[in-house]
Design a protein around this ligand. Structure first.
Ligand SMILES: NC(=O)c1ccc[n+]([C@@H]2O[C@H](COP(=O)([O-])OP(=O)(O)OC[C@H]3O[C@@H](n4cnc5c(N)ncnc54)[C@H](O)[C@@H]3O)[C@@H](O)[C@H]2O)c1
Length: 436
């Protein structure tokens, strides 16, 4: 099949490279010429484990190519839209301007029977509007608008794309279903189920899934706060709950609040859709509000660890990405934490293995360091904000000798309190006993 991917970001580039790896011929188009130039030089513009090798292998097999020109769309059987759908400034609705702009740009260039597939996360009814635009611009063509939401996670994107729990295809059109079945054939031969649903249902499945996962995280975060008050251990509570397979252990890790390029904006967009339809989603409203407060409140934990004030003190923050194995700091909990620490008069030193360049525009006052130990130099406290593998086994003696005071605030619960006590750290975690 000939596939075109519009948008070569985290989703478009990974999906495009994986489709090429399935044997399809894929063109990734992005209007960001810098990004396309990098890709054409063999450089990967994002940090995603395994992506570089996958792209290189498929480019050399001539199944994958990149262009910044929309007319590279050629005779594509399917055109996937994977452009951003950020929160719209001011009202929190999903900003669909990139989606509609893309459709208007490529519609005149499509073959008469192309299938237009929305992979971007878009509110219910967006597919109807895409169909309307296609009809308006190409009245004689038989173009189909399909929803195929993406569920991959940054940091494990290739694995997720190639081993999905399910593939959701939203369309009632038989020909479009056949095209999507052919594109995903290598996957469902490996038992990944394809679910055919209506387009509106597919659009809602994506938002409902993300809102549910965000709810699970927020639930365990509130239980963690209760654990701290009553002397229970949230790690054990989560394990005890999660081993019940009606509940499941995933997304039950207490932490500084959910962030990233999806959950915050998607919960907000779902709320707006619900309000517009007169069906307010009270649980999701609460999840979103509780999470927003939590991220900034993490600074209070650091203040408490430093005896009530961070003014004039130095705090080292380890991790800026919203999760490990990505360079993406979008809506990362580290950002409101650091902003609050700055507001309270602290100096912040930071290290992240991949996200420092991307974080700089949002956090210009941070002192960026070469590694965790350099960040800890002269620090009154180290805060673990992202659970990168390399932070899980720090040389605690070396860390301690670099610091002005041996205090660790572990917002990801990656150390054991006993271990910290042995290493003579004052240790504060989330929903667990602190060691003095
Ligand atoms: N990042 C994730 O983990 C993830 C997971 C599932 C779903 N999604 C959804 O997928 C969509 C894309 O997310 P992302 O993280 O890949 O975004 P991104 O910002 O990394 O990439 C979007 C790309 O689209 C390009 N673009 C915008 N308008 C264009 C146009 N008219 N023509 C060509 N290119 C254009 C941009 O230049 C950018 O490179 C969003 O709707 C997001 O919610 C993201």
């Amino acid at each position: 099949m000939r596939v075109t991917m519009i948008g070569a970001g985290y989703v478009g580039l990974v999906s495009g490279a994986c489709f090429a790896d399935f044997g399809h011929h894929v063109t990734c188009i992005d209007k960001d010429t810098r990004r396309i130039d990098m890709l054409n030089r063999g450089e990967i513009p994002i940090f995603e484990p395994g992506l570089s090798d996958l792209v290189e292998a498929n480019v050399s097999q001539r199944r994958l190519e990149f262009s910044s020109r929309t007319d590279a769309i050629g005779e594509a059987d399917a055109v996937f839209i994977a452009v951003g759908t950020p929160s719209r400034r001011g009202d929190g609705h999903a900003d669909l301007s990139f989606v509609y702009e893309a459709v208007r740009e490529f519609a005149p260039l499509l073959s008469d029977t192309a299938v237009v597939v929305t992979k971007s996360t878009v509110p219910v009814g967006t597919g109807d509007e895409i169909e309307r635009i296609l009809r308006e611009l190409r009245p004689d063509a038989d173009l189909q608008a399909v929803s195929n939401p993406e569920f991959l996670r940054e940091g494990a994107a290739i694995q997720d794309f190639k081993h999905p729990d399910r593939i959701i295809v939203g369309t009632d059109d038989a020909r479009a279903r056949e095209v999507l079945a052919e594109i995903y054939r290598p996957l469902y031969l490996n038992v990944a189920p394809i679910m055919y649903v209506s387009r509106r249902t597919a659009e809602l499945i994506k938002y409902a899934s993300n809102a549910f996962l965000a709810t699970k995280i927020t639930f365990i975060n509130e239980i963690a706060d209760l654990c701290e008050k009553v002397g229970a251990d949230v790690q054990d509570v989560a394990r005890g709950m999660g081993s019940d397979n009606r509940i499941g252990g995933k997304f039950l890790h207490a932490g500084p609040g959910f962030g990233g390029s999806c959950f915050p904006k998607d919960t907000m967009a779902l709320l707006k859709t619900a309000q517009d339809n007169g069906v307010p989603l009270r649980i999701v409203e609460t999840v979103s509000a509780v999470n927003d407060q939590r991220k900034r409140a993490m600074a209070r934990k650091v203040v408490a660890a430093l005896d009530g004030s961070v003014r004039g003190k130095t705090v080292a923050v380890l991790g800026l990405a919203f999760k490990p194995s990505t360079d993406d700091p979008r809506d990362s909990p580290a950002i409101p934490l650091i902003t609050a620490l700055h507001d309270l008069g602290a100096t912040v030193r930071a290290y992240d293995p991949a996200a420092m360049e991307q974080a700089k525009p949002q956090l210009p006052a941070v002192i960026y360091c070469q590694n965790a130990y350099a960040a800890a130099e002269g620090a009154d406290a180290v805060v673990i904000a992202t659970e990168w593998e390399q932070f899980r086994a720090l040389d605690l003696a070396r860390l301690r000798s670099a610091m002005a005071q041996p205090i660790i605030v572990d917002l990801r619960n990656i150390y054991r309190p006993e271990e910290m006590k042995r290493s003579r750290f004052r240790y504060l975690a989330i929903g667990r006993r602190s060691s003095e």
